[in-house]
Design a protein around this ligand. Structure first.
Ligand SMILES: Cc1cc2nc3c(=O)[nH]c(=O)nc-3n(C[C@H](O)[C@H](O)[C@H](O)COP(=O)(O)O)c2cc1C
Length: 359
């Protein structure tokens, strides 16, 4: 008879008196009875299902239910293979990191509020519970006043930077105009291309980009959904920094598929092109086993997406970075494996409807 044990990609905790099994691989939470805990202890190691009664009376029926709901898994089953893959890839960063990462992955049916629902919700919430202040201050401490607002850059050797930084705003209203392939190329080249390459004698090719990367491990990958790009067929592409070109994935997505994948945010689906950021965590993990290194990947996303936003702004394009997307649907569009190459975020780029406001 096949053996079973407790699934490895789950976390058990008490929530106000209820024992909760959080299956972070499938984003499901189940309330367990207290007897279940004894059964789970018994099946902490691989055992035959028939042995359940040895841990307590009526435990076989509980074990059957736990097996049906995936809290117990069968040896060599598809679930066992799936968790083995995940553990092999993510073991070095420990259970807290993989729990945090996979529990936050959004699935195909993740519900997002419409804009008006969202605004109404927060207007109501602010009445009951005002938000924390937007910034911290120490009112009792001596204050050294600094010149307010945009600094005087008259003496700076590179003065254009402030124009771009102060002009950047998340832009959500676009015209129907296409953008050129050259413009797309400029954005991806600045955002994800190699500025310098080094052939390291021990570790091989190392890339240096416009954004910093912990240990120069460059875990981020950049994909493009071309929607209205002159000279480029609509569809999905991968930007390859080594060749500096776009690799045609020969995949496309209908307008509805794209809209669903970007969490129903029309202004994102309405872009001229959408950049999709993924990461290959193995590159970072190869060098850093510390759990903190996981954060480096997210920090690097912030650097890269800001670089893209500023580049688009400098070019007179509008752009907005977004994370309220449906990871599972974006994974399907790209054909990415969430275990080895998770989705991080998207940036929509297009011609802004009001270039002055750039909103
Ligand atoms: C991590 C992150 C996630 C965001 N997600 C979304 C999103 O899902 N949809 C969206 O329209 N804007 C999104 N934004 C843009 C913010 O709403 C925007 O930055 C904020 O309102 C401040 O405006 P500004 O970018 O013009 O300074 C996101 C920004 C960040 C940094």
């Amino acid at each position: 008879m096949a053996r079973v044990r407790v699934a490895a990609c789950g976390v058990l905790f008490w929530d106000e008196g209820t024992l909760v099994w959080d299956d972070y691989l499938h984003q499901r939470q189940l309330a367990l009875t207290e007897n279940s805990e004894a059964v789970l202890r018994w099946f902490a190691q691989w055992r035959e299902l028939d042995t359940a009664e040895q841990s307590g009376p009526r435990h076989r029926a509980i074990a059957d239910r736990l097996l049906q709901t995936g809290v117990l898994i069968q040896e060599n089953s598809a679930e066992h293979v799936a968790e083995h893959r995940l553990l092999t890839e993510w073991r070095a960063w420990g259970p807290a990191t993989r729990y945090h990462h996979f529990a936050g992955r959004t699935v195909a049916d993740t519900r997002y509020l419409e804009v008006w629902e969202d605004e109404a919700h927060f207007a109501e919430k602010a009445k009951q519970e005002p938000p924390p202040p937007a910034a911290k201050s120490y009112p009792g401490q001596p204050l050294i006043l600094l010149p307010k607002g945009r600094p005087d850059d008259a003496g700076w050797p590179r003065r254009d930077l402030l124009d771009v930084l102060y002009a950047r705003r998340s832009t959500r209203q676009f015209t129907d105009d296409p953008v050129s392939l050259a413009a797309l190329g400029a954005v991806v080249q600045v955002g994800g291309g190699a500025v310098e390459e080094m052939d390291h004698p021990d570790i091989g090719k190392v890339l240096f980009k416009t954004s910093p990367s912990a240990g120069a491990r460059t875990p981020l990958e950049l994909y493009v959904y071309a929607n209205r790009v002159q000279g480029l067929a609509p569809g999905l592409y991968h930007f390859a920094p080594l060749s500096g070109g776009l690799e045609n994935l020969c995949r496309t997505a209908s307008a509805q598929e794209l809209l669903d994948a970007v969490g129903g945010q029309r202004w994102l689906a309405d872009c001229a092109f959408l950049l999709i950021y993924t990461a290959v965590p193995a590159r970072t993990r190869w060098r850093y086993q510390s759990r903190r290194a996981y954060r480096d990947i997210l920090i690097e996303l912030g650097h890269a997406s800001q670089t893209v936003l500023l580049t688009a702004t400098a070019m007179g394009l509008g752009a907005v970075t977004a994370t309220a997307v449906r990871d599972e649907l974006l994974e399907r569009l790209l054909g990415c494996d969430p275990v080895t190459e998770p989705i991080l975020a998207v940036t929509a780029v297009a011609v802004p409807r009001d270039p002055a406001a750039n909103r």
